[in-house]
Write a protein that binds this ligand. Sequence first.
Ligand code: THU
Length: 382
Amino acid sequence: MIKAVLFDMDGVLVDSEDLSISIGIKYFESRGYKAERKNFLSHLGTGMSDFIYGTASEIGAEVSVEDADRFYQEAYAKELENTVIAMPGAETVLHNIKNMGIKMAICSSAQRWKVNANIKALGVDPGFFDLVIAEDMIKRNKSNPDIYLLAIASLGVDRNDAIVFEDSRGGVLAGVNAGIRTVALTTTMTRDEAEHSMADRVIRDIKELEGIKDAKALEDCLFPPRNRSLLYGASYIMASGEPIRPEIINKCIKEAIEVRKSAYAPYSKYKVGAALLSAGTGLIYRGSNIENSSYGATICAERNAVTTAVSAEGGELGIDLIAIASEDSPPAPPCALCLQVIAEFSRPETEIILVGEGNVELRYLLRDLLPKPFVFPTMRKQ
Ligand code: THU
């Protein structure tokens, strides 16, 4: 269930990028340089310093961020008096989400003065948001996950209960790297760029959510339940219907490689990471191997991911895919115990992707690795 919504500001709630660019052009002009719109485009959304220095290096200008910031602050406030920058529908959507009892945060890489000016332009009070993160609170820019990790920690919500709205590639990566479900808007990126941005969902703009009045409808609209009538037990589980998008597959692989780092393997030194994709919710769950002084008490990465997922999803799980990362060559398949546990929550076509030394990948279906799992008599097909 969604308990917190984390908004990037520019390009999501306000359309200030044209305004920023036009002020940027005037700024460089006032300092004797000619900048064009195209010089700014790849430096949007990562903070003032990148915006100015990135553009300056493209056009061969020598300027200081402090100087640009002073110019901007003055020009921005002046221009806002005559320019409407709130995205259509933004104010309604914000009020609707507030009425759902969902916490809201602004997570922007822009300077605080600009964020505050934008909040004002949205027609809400500064205290409307539960949290406002601006450039001054963050050391490492997006695509680092810091801004979103700080947001969920400050709001006291689990990453699975938060969603991020982003319009830029770096912003989407920041959300995804924080392990939070991330919605990409096609306000700044093209549809194609957004589809390939690793976002969990792509929507046109914030206005698309204007009619949504309750939290369940918001969840179902953004992350439609894929198949709630899954049957469990190895030979019973039904296909979720849709092919898995390549970006989601890559995300599972990346998460398996990442979580491998948190293995506890002081005895074997053989680290394994696993990340599975839930067919019911589209969420990804991770696990690493946890060894024990009493060797037999060791838990493999795959079973750790499966038990984590079942507990988190309220005792139900259908696995569409599981990625397993080792440093082995060839990449290590799950042990027979893990295959049996995976089978409990999978269908024969569940994908098993192994990644090993040098990121070599092997792709199987569960039925290739475990053609005949044990299935309890009452769970067998008639
Ligand atoms: N291991 C896994 O995590 N998954 C498997 O399927 C095979 C083995 C772990 C258990 C132990 O910590 C280490 O690898 C060496 O057996």
